[in-house]
Write a protein that binds this ligand. Sequence first.
Ligand code: ADP
Ligand code: DP6
Ligand code: CO
Length: 348
Amino acid sequence: MFEATASAPVNIATLKYWGKRDVNLNLPTNSSISVTLAQDDLRATTTARASSEFAKDELYLNDTLEPLGKRTLQVLAELRALRAEIEQKDPSAPKIADLKLQIVSVNNFPTAAGLASSAAGFAALVKSISLLYKLPHNDSELSVLARQGSGSACRSMFGGYVAWEMGSETNGLDSRAVQIADVNHWPNMKALILVVCAEKKDVSSTSGMQITVETSGLFTERVNTLVPELFVKMKKAILDRDFGSFAKYTMVDSNQFHAVCLDSYPPIFYMNDVSKSAVRAIHELNDQYKEPIAAYTFDAGPNCVVYYLEENEEAVLSHLGQAVSNVNGFPVEKMGSTPASTSTPKWA
Ligand code: ADP
Ligand code: DP6
Ligand code: CO
């Protein structure tokens, strides 16, 4: 039996990926930017085992057997092909490429609830198997594989501030993650996760974005105009540690992303009334300070991620605590108040 374990943290996009130009290779319609959360907070931990005793490939997610989707099978096939090359070149390397795999993964946060479980999940899957297979590839090369499992997963291959460059090649080899800056670049950045609802969403990200691409007129404006401008501006705001601009662009993008969801037919609602109360509360707070000291963003789900600087923690927490915690009787759980980024993910 051969075995390796790896974990990968969640990343939360501040400029969202939403839309595929190639569904088979998982190539996006736009470049995106995210912040990787700390490894100790929201993460997926995956153990990959290869053994002649396994009759078929299996994936257990949070103790339940998960059907192997087309994209998972594709990622496994690519990883195996890379291992087979090693075995061909080096006859002394153990022959494990053809052995069946047992993959066991656990998320320490809600799965499929809009907190990027597919990102942490596929990054951890690719890392654990590349360790098992002793692949020599660097994180950017592995991000191309993780992308094929779930687009957002390519960005979880790095800590800190990360861009997924959409690329232009049809084979997808240049559609990969690159680090904009590491965690130490902006050490007082923090992220707060407000778990509004931990249940599985009705519309997965994969199907939601497909509905948007096929039906939303506003989506063309998003992809052709708004996102390319924000990509350049947001990268600069991060490099300049300009929180006011970073916060504004993050909120503008989150709002625009949810607007194209609403503009889809049938419309997709990811945010609920509690999510909206968090938006209102943060604008109220920023108005009080006459500049943004906190930024909300919502992925494909109702849960809110708030970015802020450490020196404003008390103001942000106390304002949100009062404004959001009991809105409409919904419990809002504070899941983590973490440094928003982490060092390069640990390889177990
Ligand atoms: P999220 O907003 O949580 O990323 P998605 O709809 O994008 O939700 O993806 C959820 C799906 O990702 C799950 O149903 C599962 O198929 C896959 N997934 C989540 N966590 C893992 C994991 N740790 N390992 C493998 N696949 C995972
Ligand atoms: C709103 O990466 O989950 O979180 O590639 O189909 O697996 P698939 O989609 P996924 O979509 C993420 C959408 C998002 C924005 C983002 O993370 O950039
Ligand atoms: Co996802």
